[in-house]
Design a protein around this ligand. Structure first.
Ligand SMILES: Cc1ncc(COP(=O)(O)O)c(C=O)c1O
Length: 397
């Protein structure tokens, strides 16, 4: 007899699979416009360089690549990344340490594991990245959403939440080209958010997977660059800069927090695959990451402009939106007379896989009229076709 009614823990029984992962099944199907994924453009992967480096690693250092490694990460890569994050972002204070993780997703997971007890509060931007929200939920955190504005989180609402909520463990923010809203937090707001964190004694998790993908405007330093007080856990990732399949993230945080994360990682995956870490380290040594970032920016600038120009040309009667300055997503708010869920369902039925904004809400009681579109995965033709289909659908209301 096959058992079907397994008993799952309270921690995970309420968790729903990410809607975006569900949409993945459509992405390769013929005729579908893949607007749902957060995948980087495959044309940006430096395949030849990686092929050569991989061959050299197995020729010259096979045992290092295949043996167990240390939990904090492959030492040469840690040194490379300490320098990179200091030079590029001005982060890494005396009191900080760096640990390599299996993607930056693991930083949200491990930080929650070491900081959050069941029922503790985590402040999040509303909307926010579902992978992180689910990581917080999986440890029984109470999520309190703080509204987003076009230049980042609503600082007055954040202060109100910090004043009134009990047992706040941290505030989670994605300051650059936020997923899903595309908004970038201004420098003034970064300073204000840091000042509030200091005033109310709240830690910040600053998640920055998209920071390098700026296509317009000026780079803004991370909140972590202000961190003289040991308040910020910074999450960096090579998923969008190099390739997500190699699963390399890195966390710069106060030493005592990294020490606990290290213990948490030991009982999770022991360490991030050494081979992936060697690949990234060698790639950083042989090539100029700044040149690579410049080439990524030109690919994404073209795609972002194409999608946004079409939103303005074809959808402006039906939606409002703020043109993002980078990242991978365009976030549109449908006019009130168009029912968002129904519109998204119809779009998918017509083979345009837009994601309903409800997938990114911290709580079931929150509502939204928004949907998210990705521009890095579809071809230019698919972007054009998809926007035509969406405009036809919206005109039916
Ligand atoms: C905001 C945000 N944080 C973290 C991640 C996880 O990235 P990774 O684990 O591939 O570094 C993603 C992935 O899309 C994301 O959008």
């Amino acid at each position: 007899m096959i058992i079907t009614d397994y008993q799952f823990s309270d921690r995970v029984s309420g968790l729903q699979p990410s809607l975006i992962r569900e949409f993945f099944k459509y992405n390769g199907l013929p005729g579908y416009m893949p607007f749902s994924a957060g995948n980087p453009s495959a044309e940006t992967f430096p395949v030849k360089a990686i092929e050569e480096i991989a061959a050299d690693i197995f020729k010259n250092h096979p045992v290092t690549a295949l043996q167990y490694g240390i939990t904090e990460g492959y030492t040469p890569l840690r040194e490379t990344l300490k320098k990179f994050s200091r030079d590029r972002y001005g982060i890494g204070a005396e009191n900080d340490e760096l640990i390599i993780t299996s993607g930056s997703q693991q930083i949200m997971y491990l930080s929650t594991k070491v900081l959050v007890n069941e029922g503790d509060t985590v402040l999040v931007e509303n909307p926010s990245f579902v992978g992180s929200l689910n990581a917080f939920r999986s440890f029984g955190a109470k999520l309190v959403g703080v509204p987003m504005e076009s230049d980042g989180v609503d600082v007055a609402a954040l202060e109100q939440a910090m004043k009134t909520e009990k047992n706040i463990r941290f505030f989670y923010t994605i300051p650059n080209f936020q997923n899903p809203s595309g908004a970038t937090m201004s420098w003034e707001k970064r300073k204000a958010v840091y000042a509030l964190a200091k005033q109310y004694g709240v830690l910040i998790i600053e998640d920055n997977p998209y920071g390098e993908l700026r296509v317009a405007g000026e780079d803004i330093p991370p909140i972590k660059s202000l961190d003289e007080d040991g308040l910020v856990i910074y999450a960096g990732s090579f998923s969008k800069v190099l390739a997500p399949g190699i699963r390399i993230g890195y966390c710069v945080a106060p030493k005592p927090i990294v020490a606990k994360i290290t213990v948490g990682k030991q009982v999770s995956d022991v360490h991030t695959p050494v081979f992936s870490q060697m690949l990234v380290d060698e790639w950083m040594k042989r090539y100029s990451i700044e040149e690579h970032i410049a080439s990524l920016r030109s690919v994404y600038r073209h795609k972002l402009d194409l999608m946004c120009d079409l939103v303005e040309e074809k959808l402006s009667r039906f939606v409002t939106y703020t043109r993002p300055e980078g990242g991978l997503f365009v976030w549109c708010r449908l006019n009130d007379h168009i029912p968002m869920q129904e519109f998204c369902t119809k779009a998918v039925a017509n083979k345009v896989t837009i994601v309903p904004g409800s997938a990114f809400l911290p709580n079931d009681t929150d509502t939204t009229q928004c949907f998210r579109m990705n521009f890095s995965t579809p071809t230019d033709d698919q972007i054009r076709q998809g926007m035509d289909i969406l405009a036809d659908l919206a005109a039916q209301y």
